[in-house]
Design a protein around this ligand. Structure first.
Ligand code: NAP
Length: 530
């Protein structure tokens, strides 16, 4: 397919009139064709008007029709074949195998949401039938279901060109909820975005979904992005990126006459706790596992293990020694963009120049442009507790080991941490008591706690939580990965004393959708939805 460099506003391809955005091969520094001219306020207006016009029809599509639409998007993406993988490889420098895996995850995610939509549990139907004879007062008939919030603005992420971009988790969960979506493409992969955007647009057409259900716009975050978030018809925002970008969008959303939720996933250093027995008994394996997780994808994962916490002593010294040995064989990998590479170098320099930290291990020296040399630093708990800058996320393959003099100091360090997406516990049986005593604090700090694994690699499933307290995300009550992500884009509506004929199908007395309702305080038995 020939890339056009145009935006997609509903079913129309539209040329932008602002500064050109060009994909760049980060491995060679070569600019890629075509240029994507950014959109203006007028394009935001067109996309929002179409999205608003689509809302009421789209949100009442049947569960099976919406499921088919999501599945069709997955099929259309798969149908792009090698062209998508080739373009994404050129625009991101990510290895082909990683992108094949990411495409599979993206399509699996869409299919998971199709199943979720069909099962209908997300409608969370609650019925409290009328009790006309109740004393001292009768009770009305009350019925509740969830409805979509309205059009959602999604900001594509730089580090997941497929799974967190145009048809990624935010888009899939918003569409599943019944929300039209307007995606602002990430400037790092405009061609990949166009290919996927066209696949979604084809699915819209094939499934006879209103065209305003999906638009794809290009442009600067500060101009077009803020205009999108500020538009009165946008009712929620999905974002993955920097803390400053997320905060800017939250501020814009709060400054509106009608403030709206922003689900921003921003910054996490994903502490790994090496408990004493595990560290003593499994030093080499822990060092191997840590280095593999740290350097995966040049460390450009929101779940990258950027902090290690352990008791000081010979076992930790041995661990650091093994990490150093292992890391020196680790080749520098190309980072996603020149900006991400400079931000990484600035973060590493700040640590290198901080007298409270010392460098303990480094990977191979960076060769080509935008390459990431891995680094591990060490600090003491007392310094970590004093200097808040040591908690800053360095996006890339860098990590800081905090040496603690006692269990009490470990507890202090954990208590001092900002909110996290994950916390990892490397433990053996003899560590269980200490782990149990730390759990209440760890639960307050992170969205996902994992034992004897590594935080990178996020399963897309029903039980996943990819979220956590600020600054990991802007709303710790939710997840951006897994089927529960749909809940971000819903709100409850209660219908009181409605005649059955006026009720939405989900709430009708005869339960035509076969939903598992909470009926008069009792959960009904499981029955399959349509
Ligand atoms: P970013 O700079 O936050 O950009 C993400 C999106 O937000 C882009 O579309 C960008 O538009 C927009 N944006 C950024 N600042 C904005 C502002 N002030 N107002 C309105 N929109 C704004 O993230 P990035 O480009 O992916 O990478 C930059 C840094 O983000 C990385 O070095 C890393 O530190 C961090 N990051 C973290 C994660 C994570 O999961 N924790 C993931 C990716 C990146 P423009 O393109 O026009 O700027």
């Amino acid at each position: 397919m020939t890339l056009t460099g145009h935006m997609l506003i509903g079913q129309h391809t539209v040329a932008g009139n602002r500064d050109a955005i060009r994909g760049l091969d980060p491995a060679t520094g070569t600019a890629l064709e075509p240029a994507y001219f950014g959109g203006s306020a007028e394009h935001v207006e067109q996309a929002c008007a179409l999205a608003w016009a689509a809302l009421d029809r789209y949100r009442e599509t049947t569960l099976s029709a919406r499921g088919e639409f999501l599945e069709r998007i997955a099929e259309e993406i798969e149908g792009l074949g090698d062209e998508l993988i080739d373009r994404a490889t050129s625009e991101t420098g990510l290895p082909r195998a990683r992108l094949l895996g990411e495409r599979a995850r993206t399509c699996q995610q869409l299919r998971m949401f199709a199943r979720t939509v069909r099962a209908g549990e997300w409608l969370d139907v609650r019925v409290d039938p009328a009790q006309p004879q109740r004393q001292p007062l009768p009770r009305s008939d009350l019925r509740q279901r969830q409805i979509p919030l309205g059009p959602v603005a999604v900001f594509g992420a730089s580090n997941f060109p497929l799974a967190f971009s145009v048809a990624g988790g935010d888009t899939a969960s918003a569409l599943a909820a019944g929300c039209p979506v307007i995606v602002k493409a990430h400037g790092a992969h405009p061609g990949t975005s166009e290919l996927v955007g066209r696949a979604v647009a084809r699915a819209v057409k094939a499934c006879d979904v209103p065209e305003g259900v999906f638009s794809l716009v290009y442009g600067s975050g500060r101009e077009l992005g803020i205009a999108l978030v500020s538009d009165r018809r946008i009712k929620a925002v999905g974002f993955t990126g920097s803390r400053s970008g997320g905060l800017a969008l939250i501020q814009a959303a709060q400054a509106r006459p009608e403030p709206i939720p922003v689900y921003a996933e921003m910054s996490s250093i994903n502490p790994v706790l090496l408990f004493p027995a595990a560290l003593h008994q499994r030093t080499p394996a822990l060092a191997e596992g840590f280095v593999a997780s740290l350097t995966l994808g040049a460390g450009q994962f929101c779940t990258n293990p950027g902090l290690v916490i352990a008791r000081q002593g010979p076992a930790l010294d041995a661990f650091v020694g093994r990490v150093a040995e292992r890391l020196q064989h680790s080749p520098a990998q190309t980072m996603l963009t020149p900006d991400i590479c400079s931000a990484y170098k600035a973060g590493v320099n700040a640590l290198a120049q901080n007298s409270r930290a010392r460098i303990a291990a480094s990977g191979q020296i960076a060769g080509g442009p935008n390459a990431c040399q891995a680094h591990v630093f060490v600090t003491d708990a007392a310094d970590f507790l004093t200097d808040h800058s040591l908690q800053a996320e360095v996006f890339g393959a860098a990590s800081l080991i905090v040496q603690c003099a006692s269990d009490a100091e470990i507890r202090q360090v954990i208590e001092h941490l900002e909110g996290q997406l994950t916390t990892t516990l490397q433990l053996d049986d003899d560590d269980l008591e200490l782990a149990r005593s730390l759990l209440p604090t760890l639960e307050r700090k992170a969205g996902r706690l994992l034992v004897n694994g590594w935080p990178t690699g996020v399963e897309v499933c029903d039980a996943m939580v990819h979220g956590g307290p600020f600054p990991a995300t802007s709303d710790a009550r939710t997840t951006s990965v897994g089927s529960a992500a749909i809940l971000r884009f819903l709100r409850p509506v209660c219908y009181q004393d409605f005649p059955d004929s006026l009720l939405p199908s989900a709430l009708k007395q005869a339960n035509p959708l076969h939903l598992r309702r909470l009926f008069d305080g009792q959960r009904e038995a499981s029955i399959h939805a349509e």
